[in-house]
Write a protein that binds this ligand. Structure first.
Ligand code: NAP
Length: 288
Protein backbone atom coordinates (compact mmCIF):
# COMPACT_ATOMS: atom_id res chain seq x y z
CA UNK A 1 0.00 0.00 0.00
CA UNK A 2 1.19 3.52 -0.74
CA UNK A 3 -0.31 6.15 1.50
CA UNK A 4 -2.27 9.16 0.30
CA UNK A 5 -0.13 12.27 0.87
CA UNK A 6 -1.95 14.89 2.93
CA UNK A 7 -0.90 18.11 1.23
CA UNK A 8 -0.57 20.74 3.96
CA UNK A 9 0.48 23.40 1.47
CA UNK A 10 -2.72 23.00 -0.56
CA UNK A 11 -4.97 22.78 2.51
CA UNK A 12 -3.30 25.88 4.04
CA UNK A 13 -3.81 27.72 0.71
CA UNK A 14 -7.54 26.84 0.86
CA UNK A 15 -7.74 28.23 4.42
CA UNK A 16 -5.88 31.42 3.43
CA UNK A 17 -8.35 31.89 0.54
CA UNK A 18 -11.27 31.49 3.00
CA UNK A 19 -9.66 34.03 5.35
CA UNK A 20 -9.10 36.49 2.47
CA UNK A 21 -12.79 36.21 1.56
CA UNK A 22 -13.77 36.81 5.19
CA UNK A 23 -11.44 39.82 5.41
CA UNK A 24 -13.08 41.41 2.34
CA UNK A 25 -16.50 40.95 3.94
CA UNK A 26 -15.30 42.58 7.19
CA UNK A 27 -13.66 45.50 5.38
CA UNK A 28 -16.98 46.14 3.63
CA UNK A 29 -18.44 46.63 7.11
CA UNK A 30 -15.61 49.04 7.97
CA UNK A 31 -13.59 46.58 10.06
CA UNK A 32 -9.94 46.07 9.10
CA UNK A 33 -8.61 42.90 10.76
CA UNK A 34 -5.33 43.67 12.51
CA UNK A 35 -2.53 41.53 13.96
CA UNK A 36 0.26 42.97 16.13
CA UNK A 37 3.57 41.11 16.10
CA UNK A 38 6.04 41.42 18.97
CA UNK A 39 9.65 40.47 18.39
CA UNK A 40 12.24 40.75 21.15
CA UNK A 41 15.94 40.33 20.33
CA UNK A 42 17.74 39.36 17.15
CA UNK A 43 17.29 35.62 16.70
CA UNK A 44 17.44 35.16 12.88
CA UNK A 45 14.87 32.31 12.87
CA UNK A 46 12.38 34.43 14.87
CA UNK A 47 12.87 37.35 12.47
CA UNK A 48 12.21 35.01 9.54
CA UNK A 49 9.03 33.57 11.14
CA UNK A 50 7.63 37.01 11.95
CA UNK A 51 8.31 38.34 8.46
CA UNK A 52 6.59 35.25 6.96
CA UNK A 53 3.57 35.86 9.20
CA UNK A 54 3.42 39.54 8.18
CA UNK A 55 3.71 38.63 4.48
CA UNK A 56 0.84 36.15 4.86
CA UNK A 57 -1.24 38.81 6.64
CA UNK A 58 -0.73 41.24 3.76
CA UNK A 59 -1.77 38.56 1.24
CA UNK A 60 -5.11 37.88 2.94
CA UNK A 61 -6.03 41.48 3.79
CA UNK A 62 -5.03 41.50 7.47
CA UNK A 63 -3.16 44.63 8.55
CA UNK A 64 -0.07 43.87 10.61
CA UNK A 65 1.51 46.16 13.18
CA UNK A 66 5.09 45.20 13.83
CA UNK A 67 6.79 45.93 17.16
CA UNK A 68 10.44 45.19 17.84
CA UNK A 69 12.40 45.50 21.07
CA UNK A 70 16.15 44.92 21.54
CA UNK A 71 17.46 41.77 23.27
CA UNK A 72 18.33 44.02 26.22
CA UNK A 73 14.68 45.03 26.76
CA UNK A 74 13.50 44.55 30.34
CA UNK A 75 10.54 42.43 31.38
CA UNK A 76 8.64 45.63 32.23
CA UNK A 77 9.26 47.07 28.77
CA UNK A 78 7.91 43.93 27.09
CA UNK A 79 4.88 43.85 29.41
CA UNK A 80 4.24 47.56 28.81
CA UNK A 81 4.26 46.98 25.02
CA UNK A 82 1.91 43.98 25.24
CA UNK A 83 -0.49 45.94 27.48
CA UNK A 84 -0.45 48.91 25.09
CA UNK A 85 -1.33 46.60 22.18
CA UNK A 86 -4.01 45.02 24.33
CA UNK A 87 -5.70 48.42 24.60
CA UNK A 88 -5.33 49.31 20.89
CA UNK A 89 -8.67 48.88 19.08
CA UNK A 90 -7.00 48.39 15.68
CA UNK A 91 -5.34 45.25 17.03
CA UNK A 92 -7.51 42.10 17.07
CA UNK A 93 -4.69 39.68 17.73
CA UNK A 94 -1.30 39.85 19.46
CA UNK A 95 1.45 37.48 18.48
CA UNK A 96 4.47 37.36 20.79
CA UNK A 97 7.18 35.49 18.90
CA UNK A 98 8.77 32.81 21.08
CA UNK A 99 11.30 32.09 22.41
CA UNK A 100 11.83 35.33 24.34
CA UNK A 101 15.34 36.19 25.65
CA UNK A 102 16.19 34.09 28.72
CA UNK A 103 15.89 36.95 31.26
CA UNK A 104 12.22 37.48 30.33
CA UNK A 105 9.50 35.42 31.98
CA UNK A 106 7.57 33.99 29.01
CA UNK A 107 4.64 32.91 31.17
CA UNK A 108 4.15 36.47 32.52
CA UNK A 109 4.25 37.94 29.02
CA UNK A 110 1.78 35.40 27.58
CA UNK A 111 -0.50 36.04 30.57
CA UNK A 112 -0.48 39.76 29.74
CA UNK A 113 -2.04 39.14 26.31
CA UNK A 114 -5.78 39.80 26.76
CA UNK A 115 -7.76 36.58 26.26
CA UNK A 116 -9.77 38.19 23.45
CA UNK A 117 -6.55 38.88 21.51
CA UNK A 118 -4.72 35.60 22.23
CA UNK A 119 -4.71 34.46 18.58
CA UNK A 120 -1.76 32.12 19.26
CA UNK A 121 -4.01 30.37 21.78
CA UNK A 122 -1.13 30.09 24.30
CA UNK A 123 -2.87 31.82 27.23
CA UNK A 124 -3.19 29.23 30.04
CA UNK A 125 -6.96 29.82 30.17
CA UNK A 126 -7.35 29.12 26.45
CA UNK A 127 -5.26 25.93 26.76
CA UNK A 128 -7.12 24.97 29.95
CA UNK A 129 -10.52 25.42 28.29
CA UNK A 130 -9.58 22.62 25.88
CA UNK A 131 -9.73 20.20 28.82
CA UNK A 132 -13.26 21.19 29.79
CA UNK A 133 -16.29 19.59 28.21
CA UNK A 134 -18.61 22.07 26.53
CA UNK A 135 -16.39 25.05 27.41
CA UNK A 136 -14.89 26.53 24.25
CA UNK A 137 -12.00 28.91 24.87
CA UNK A 138 -11.60 32.07 22.79
CA UNK A 139 -8.91 30.55 20.58
CA UNK A 140 -7.41 27.14 19.82
CA UNK A 141 -3.58 27.09 19.57
CA UNK A 142 -2.50 27.21 15.93
CA UNK A 143 -0.34 24.11 15.37
CA UNK A 144 -2.72 21.73 17.25
CA UNK A 145 -5.68 23.27 15.42
CA UNK A 146 -3.78 22.78 12.15
CA UNK A 147 -3.33 19.09 12.97
CA UNK A 148 -7.08 18.66 13.54
CA UNK A 149 -7.89 20.58 10.35
CA UNK A 150 -5.56 18.28 8.36
CA UNK A 151 -7.38 15.25 9.79
CA UNK A 152 -10.79 16.73 8.97
CA UNK A 153 -9.94 17.92 5.48
CA UNK A 154 -8.21 14.65 4.59
CA UNK A 155 -11.41 12.79 5.49
CA UNK A 156 -9.92 10.97 8.52
CA UNK A 157 -12.66 9.75 10.86
CA UNK A 158 -11.75 10.81 14.41
CA UNK A 159 -14.92 9.69 16.18
CA UNK A 160 -14.32 6.30 17.75
CA UNK A 161 -10.79 6.11 16.36
CA UNK A 162 -7.87 5.03 18.48
CA UNK A 163 -5.31 7.84 18.45
CA UNK A 164 -1.77 7.95 19.82
CA UNK A 165 -0.08 11.31 20.36
CA UNK A 166 3.69 11.25 20.77
CA UNK A 167 4.73 14.18 22.97
CA UNK A 168 2.98 16.07 25.78
CA UNK A 169 4.28 19.64 25.41
CA UNK A 170 2.09 22.61 26.32
CA UNK A 171 2.14 23.94 22.77
CA UNK A 172 1.67 20.79 20.69
CA UNK A 173 1.26 17.33 22.24
CA UNK A 174 -1.13 18.07 25.10
CA UNK A 175 -3.50 20.40 23.21
CA UNK A 176 -3.57 17.98 20.23
CA UNK A 177 -4.53 15.15 22.60
CA UNK A 178 -7.31 17.25 24.18
CA UNK A 179 -8.65 18.25 20.77
CA UNK A 180 -8.69 14.61 19.63
CA UNK A 181 -10.70 13.70 22.75
CA UNK A 182 -13.07 16.56 21.93
CA UNK A 183 -13.48 15.00 18.47
CA UNK A 184 -14.43 11.70 20.16
CA UNK A 185 -11.18 9.79 19.55
CA UNK A 186 -9.85 7.46 22.24
CA UNK A 187 -6.45 8.92 23.02
CA UNK A 188 -3.15 7.62 24.39
CA UNK A 189 -0.31 10.05 25.05
CA UNK A 190 3.28 8.76 24.84
CA UNK A 191 6.22 10.68 26.29
CA UNK A 192 9.86 10.12 27.14
CA UNK A 193 9.01 7.72 30.01
CA UNK A 194 6.55 5.57 28.04
CA UNK A 195 7.83 1.98 28.03
CA UNK A 196 5.95 0.41 25.11
CA UNK A 197 5.59 3.13 22.49
CA UNK A 198 5.98 0.84 19.41
CA UNK A 199 3.33 -1.53 20.79
CA UNK A 200 0.90 1.33 21.50
CA UNK A 201 1.47 2.82 18.05
CA UNK A 202 0.69 -0.50 16.35
CA UNK A 203 -2.92 -0.30 17.50
CA UNK A 204 -3.45 3.35 16.50
CA UNK A 205 -5.79 4.44 13.71
CA UNK A 206 -4.34 7.95 14.03
CA UNK A 207 -0.75 8.84 14.98
CA UNK A 208 0.36 12.40 15.74
CA UNK A 209 4.11 12.63 16.25
CA UNK A 210 5.42 15.76 18.02
CA UNK A 211 8.66 14.91 19.81
CA UNK A 212 11.47 16.54 17.82
CA UNK A 213 13.42 13.32 17.09
CA UNK A 214 14.40 12.71 13.50
CA UNK A 215 12.63 9.67 11.91
CA UNK A 216 11.88 8.16 15.34
CA UNK A 217 8.66 6.38 14.28
CA UNK A 218 9.49 3.29 12.23
CA UNK A 219 7.37 1.88 9.43
CA UNK A 220 6.84 -1.41 11.28
CA UNK A 221 5.30 0.44 14.26
CA UNK A 222 2.44 1.72 12.08
CA UNK A 223 -0.86 -0.11 11.67
CA UNK A 224 -1.64 -0.65 7.97
CA UNK A 225 -4.02 2.06 6.78
CA UNK A 226 -3.45 4.43 9.73
CA UNK A 227 -3.36 8.21 9.28
CA UNK A 228 -0.03 9.72 10.32
CA UNK A 229 0.41 13.42 11.09
CA UNK A 230 4.05 14.36 11.51
CA UNK A 231 4.54 17.62 13.44
CA UNK A 232 8.28 17.17 14.00
CA UNK A 233 10.82 19.43 12.33
CA UNK A 234 14.40 18.19 12.59
CA UNK A 235 17.42 19.36 10.62
CA UNK A 236 19.76 16.53 9.60
CA UNK A 237 22.98 16.43 7.56
CA UNK A 238 22.55 15.67 3.87
CA UNK A 239 25.65 15.82 1.68
CA UNK A 240 23.50 15.67 -1.49
CA UNK A 241 22.01 19.11 -0.72
CA UNK A 242 23.77 22.39 -1.51
CA UNK A 243 23.16 23.53 2.07
CA UNK A 244 24.46 20.21 3.42
CA UNK A 245 21.28 19.97 5.50
CA UNK A 246 17.72 18.71 5.16
CA UNK A 247 14.50 18.94 7.14
CA UNK A 248 12.86 15.67 8.27
CA UNK A 249 9.98 14.83 10.56
CA UNK A 250 9.61 12.54 13.58
CA UNK A 251 8.43 9.73 11.30
CA UNK A 252 10.56 7.63 8.96
CA UNK A 253 8.56 8.86 5.96
CA UNK A 254 9.97 6.48 3.31
CA UNK A 255 9.03 3.42 5.36
CA UNK A 256 5.77 4.84 6.74
CA UNK A 257 4.41 5.82 3.32
CA UNK A 258 4.38 2.10 2.39
CA UNK A 259 2.19 1.15 5.37
CA UNK A 260 0.02 4.14 6.31
CA UNK A 261 -3.29 5.01 4.67
CA UNK A 262 -2.53 8.75 4.69
CA UNK A 263 0.49 10.74 5.82
CA UNK A 264 1.79 14.31 5.98
CA UNK A 265 5.21 15.05 4.48
CA UNK A 266 7.87 17.20 6.18
CA UNK A 267 8.19 19.86 4.93
CA UNK A 268 4.79 20.64 3.42
CA UNK A 269 2.49 19.04 5.99
CA UNK A 270 1.77 20.62 9.36
CA UNK A 271 4.23 23.53 8.89
CA UNK A 272 2.13 25.61 6.45
CA UNK A 273 -0.98 25.04 8.58
CA UNK A 274 0.33 26.92 11.63
CA UNK A 275 0.32 30.36 9.98
CA UNK A 276 -2.98 29.63 8.18
CA UNK A 277 -4.65 28.92 11.55
CA UNK A 278 -3.13 32.13 13.01
CA UNK A 279 -4.73 34.10 10.17
CA UNK A 280 -8.04 32.30 10.77
CA UNK A 281 -7.91 33.12 14.51
CA UNK A 282 -7.16 36.79 13.75
CA UNK A 283 -10.10 37.01 11.34
CA UNK A 284 -12.40 35.39 13.93
CA UNK A 285 -11.22 37.85 16.56
CA UNK A 286 -11.91 40.82 14.26
CA UNK A 287 -15.36 39.41 13.40
CA UNK A 288 -16.23 39.23 17.11
P1 NAP B 1 9.12 19.74 23.28
O1 NAP B 1 8.53 20.83 24.06
O2 NAP B 1 10.59 19.51 23.29
O3 NAP B 1 8.39 18.39 23.72
C1 NAP B 1 8.79 17.16 23.22
C2 NAP B 1 7.90 16.09 23.77
O4 NAP B 1 8.32 14.85 23.21
C3 NAP B 1 7.97 15.93 25.29
O5 NAP B 1 6.68 15.76 25.79
C4 NAP B 1 8.83 14.69 25.47
O6 NAP B 1 8.48 13.92 26.62
C5 NAP B 1 8.46 13.90 24.25
N1 NAP B 1 9.48 12.92 23.90
C6 NAP B 1 10.81 13.11 23.79
N2 NAP B 1 11.43 11.97 23.47
C7 NAP B 1 10.46 11.03 23.35
C8 NAP B 1 10.46 9.65 23.05
N3 NAP B 1 11.60 9.00 22.78
N4 NAP B 1 9.27 9.00 23.01
C9 NAP B 1 8.12 9.63 23.26
N5 NAP B 1 8.07 10.95 23.57
C10 NAP B 1 9.23 11.63 23.61
O7 NAP B 1 8.75 19.88 21.72
P2 NAP B 1 7.49 20.61 21.02
O8 NAP B 1 7.65 22.07 21.16
O9 NAP B 1 6.23 19.97 21.42
O10 NAP B 1 7.80 20.25 19.50
C11 NAP B 1 7.83 18.92 19.04
C12 NAP B 1 8.28 18.90 17.59
O11 NAP B 1 7.31 19.62 16.81
C13 NAP B 1 9.61 19.62 17.33
O12 NAP B 1 10.29 18.96 16.27
C14 NAP B 1 9.19 21.00 16.87
O13 NAP B 1 10.17 21.61 16.04
C15 NAP B 1 7.96 20.65 16.07
N6 NAP B 1 7.00 21.78 15.93
C16 NAP B 1 6.54 22.02 14.68
C17 NAP B 1 5.63 23.03 14.47
C18 NAP B 1 5.12 23.29 13.10
O14 NAP B 1 4.50 24.31 12.85
N7 NAP B 1 5.32 22.36 12.16
C19 NAP B 1 5.17 23.81 15.55
C20 NAP B 1 5.64 23.50 16.84
C21 NAP B 1 6.55 22.47 17.02
P3 NAP B 1 8.66 14.43 28.14
O15 NAP B 1 7.48 15.34 28.37
O16 NAP B 1 8.63 13.20 28.94
O17 NAP B 1 9.97 15.17 28.18
Amino acid sequence: MTAKIIDGKAIAADIRAEVAKGAVALREKGIVPGLATVLVGDDPASHKYVSMKRKNCAEVGIESFHNELPATATQDEVLELVRRLGADDRVHGILVQLPLPKHINEEAVLNAVPLKKDVDGFHPLNIGALAMKGRAGDFIPCTPNGVIELLKRSGTEMSGASAVVLGRSNIVGMPVALLLVDNNATVTICHSRTKNTPELLRSADIIVAAIGRARFVKGEWIKPGATVIDVGTNVIDDATRKSGKRLVGDVDFDAAVEVAGAITPVPGGVGPMTIAMLLQNTLRSAAR
